[in-house]
Ligand binder design. Structure first.
Ligand SMILES: Nc1ncnc2c1ncn2[C@@H]1O[C@H](COP(=O)(O)OP(=O)(O)OP(=O)(O)O)[C@@H](O)[C@H]1O
Ligand SMILES: [Mg+2]
Length: 252
């Protein structure tokens, strides 16, 4: 699919005049940003510049103080966010810490169908469990579905979280530093998983590591102290970045 045809598609997410105030200060402003269906965006910026806040807006867990947000054709404030959230896959370390360590990988993945943290609250069919195992296999955990989170390595757990995000067949996938805490091999393995995902899946990835942006990512948004300093096709955006934002390093 050509970039031109993707650019003509309706946006998966659209922000207009958005600002987020917290504790008496504005921590994020986004005048205008469109994530078109099928695009893969990477969000870059230093610690505290507003990356997680931006993803929490897109995942509908946070409301802006000003401005409007449309996600998957629905306007925030005029829709049932619980229904809309089921169409969004979200991987974040804050969420990962809510999961009990003695849950089996398969349970963590299957209970995403009800946005639940425990499998006991709902019944899951054999077909749903089979699908959970198939997704685990697709991210390199074939035959490991009954292992507990506690006995999996950090990299394997990260892949369980990715599998959970994919369980609802999301239309929008949001990844907040999915490789944080992983060693080089763990990061490379997870990134290979990301690259192998459905290329049509609209994705927004937050990372600190320029060197680990998967090849399939085509757009970048750069944040600096809560402001968008550049956004657009990845090649031109990374070249246009303000020099001070990189500080001469490969990582932010
Ligand atoms: N609820 C809140 N109340 C006050 N300040 C907040 C709140 N949430 C976030 N902030 C502040 O907003 C800024 C942006 O936070 P955010 O977590 O979005 O940054 P980030 O870019 O994800 O940083 P990191 O790279 O460290 O994860 C930070 O200075 C943070 O302290
Ligand atoms: Mg963050």
């Amino acid at each position: 699919m050509s970039h031109a045809s993707i650019a003509e598609r309706p946006p998966a997410a659209s922000l207009r005049g958005v600002a987020v105030d917290r504790s008496g200060r504005t921590i994020l402003t986004v005048p205008t940003w469109d994530v078109r269906r099928g695009q893969r965006w990477v969000v870059l910026g230093a610690n505290g510049c507003g990356k997680t806040t931006l993803l929490r807006l897109l995942s509908l867990y946070e409301h802006p103080s000003r401005g409007s947000i449309e996600v998957l054709g629905e306007t925030l404030g005029r829709t049932d966010v619980r229904m809309l959230r089921r169409r969004i896959g979200f991987v974040s370390s804050a969420f990962a810490s809510l999961l009990r360590e003695d849950l089996a990988a398969e349970d963590v993945v299957v209970c995403a169908l009800n946005a639940a943290l425990e499998p006991w609250w709902h019944r899951y069919s054999d077909a749903e469990r089979e699908r959970a195992r198939a997704i685990l296999a697709a991210v390199g955990l074939g035959g490991r579905s009954h292992e507990r989170l506690a006995t999996l390595s950090s990299g394997e757990r990260a892949r369980v979280h990715l599998a959970r995000a994919l369980m609802c067949d999301p239309e929008l996938l949001l990844l907040d530093e999915p490789t944080s805490g992983l060693d080089l091999v763990g990061r490379e393995t997870l990134l290979a998983d990301l690259d192998a995902l459905d290329p049509g899946l609209t994705t927004v990835l937050v990372t600190h590591h320029l060197e680990e942006i998967p090849a399939s990512f085509d757009h970048a948004l750069l944040l600096d102290h809560g402001r968008v300093v550049a956004a657009g096709p990845i090649g031109s955006t990374l070249h246009s970045r303000p020099c001070h934002a990189l500080s001469g390093s490969m990582s932010w």
